[in-house]
Write a protein of this length. Structure first.
Length: 110
């Protein structure tokens, strides 16, 4: 893991900008246009299909998909966007990663 040494404007909406952020993978994804897709861990068929279509089309348009690492909508969004165009946001506490997903090449830890 490496520390992020540049400002991420999208995080300005937070009440407090994180003091430290770390990443593993392609930090260049953090400079692309991004959209977050999150949802149920147990989506119905309609939600699965819509999430897949939306993520895939947005990825083809050059937009990076940001999501967590949960099963369900998060995993579908990452898989549909492709491993080279997704960012998984995860939390580390006491040196334990609390969310993982194999479809992501860019991971931001806060």
């Amino acid at each position: 893991m490496q520390q992020i040494n540049f400002h991420i404007p999208e995080l300005d909406a937070m009440k407090h900008y994180p003091e430290k952020l770390f990443y593993k993978g392609n930090s260049g994804l953090l400079h692309k246009k991004k959209i977050a897709i999150v949802g149920s861990r147990k989506p119905n068929q309609y939600a699965r299909e819509l999430t897949h279509r939306l993520s895939h089309k947005l990825s083809l348009a050059g937009i990076c998909i940001v999501s967590g690492g949960a099963l369900g909508v998060d995993a579908i969004a990452h898989k549909a966007a492709g491993a080279k165009n997704t960012i998984m946001v995860a939390v580390i506490y006491n040196n334990k990663l609390y969310s993982t997903k194999k479809y992501c090449t860019g991971v931001v830890y806060g």
